[in-house]
Design a protein around this ligand. Structure first.
Ligand SMILES: [Ca+2]
Ligand SMILES: [Ca+2]
Ligand SMILES: [Ca+2]
Ligand SMILES: [Ca+2]
Length: 271
């Protein structure tokens, strides 16, 4: 076993991996910053930690779920996309900046907060507890998947807007020089009746070239089958979401396990 971190705050809600500093080695991100992967051959020691304020405090918890590390705006520097509070509000991407000495910092671009703010696509939901990353429309840019987990802490009152619809969205990464930071995340609804527990998996399960989405939720486990773009045959690029086609995906939900009525478990369940 090799220690990455020193002892610290334990109940971190977010975690992700990606090459933040562009040295070819995967780094680890959490709500409070990122650990720099040591160079090969380095002495076995804890990784250097670079504090960053990625999360937002809400009802005793900081951070969301799976954090995505990719170049959102196409400037060659890896950015971070994450929900801010698993049991509250907030979704943002963090634009990486470098100063003249090469020091790394981040600028926060809010995508969604609560009903008092202007949110991307006028979409607002809470409890962004399940997330994932994948190129949903096949345009070569990673997209962010995020969902409301329904009824996380039962009737404890810990969660905000807990009975809101358990929606699942994919946020399309769109490069736009006019947008703050040079990019925006555009929401597309996948489902409004299942949500996600912790993690969303984006993978082409059946090999038809269209990304499929797998979730586990309070209501069971689901596959959302991506449907190849109907115009695919008219193009030779291979990707069904090619630049000349609309960025739509057509998704049908398949229930892997029988839907069951939600039965409240013992108080205090949390994950
Ligand atoms: Ca690195
Ligand atoms: Ca970037
Ligand atoms: Ca994409
Ligand atoms: Ca597929």
């Amino acid at each position: 076993m090799h220690n990455v971190s020193e002892r610290g705050y334990a109940t971190s809600h977010s975690l992700g991996a990606g090459d933040i500093n562009g040295d070819g080695l995967l780094d680890i991100v959490d709500p409070y910053g990122w650990w720099e992967h040591p160079k090969p051959g380095s002495a076995d020691q804890t990784w250097k930690y670079h504090p960053e304020a990625f999360p937002r405090y809400s009802h005793g918890f900081m951070g969301g779920a799976v954090m995505a590390v990719y170049d959102v705006n196409g400037d060659g520097l890896a950015d971070v996309v994450t929900s801010l509070a698993a049991h509250g509000w907030g979704l943002a991407w963090f634009e990486q900046k470098r100063d003249a000495q090469g020091n790394i910092s981040f600028v926060k671009h809010m995508v969604m907060y609560d009903f008092s703010t202007k949110n991307a696509g006028d979409v607002t939901f809470s409890e962004l507890r399940g997330s994932g990353v994948g190129d949903i429309n096949g345009d070569g840019l990673p997209d962010f998947l995020v969902s409301k987990r329904w009824y996380s802490h039962l009737d404890s009152g810990l969660d905000l807007y807990t009975f809101g619809p358990p929606v699942l969205y994919w946020y399309e990464t769109v490069r736009d020089p006019k947008a703050p930071g040079g990019a925006k995340l555009v929401p597309h609804l996948i489902d409004n009746d299942s949500g996600v527990g912790n993690t969303v998996l984006a993978v082409d399960l059946n090999g038809d070239g269209a990304m499929d989405i797998v979730t586990s939720t309070r209501f069971g486990a689901f596959i959302f089958w991506g449907k190849p773009h109907p115009k695919k045959s008219a193009h030779t690029a291979g990707a069904y979401g090619c630049a000349t086609c609309p960025p739509d995906v057509y998704i049908v939900r398949t229930l892997c396990f029988p839907r069951h009525l939600f039965a409240p478990g013992p108080a205090g369940i949390h994950g």
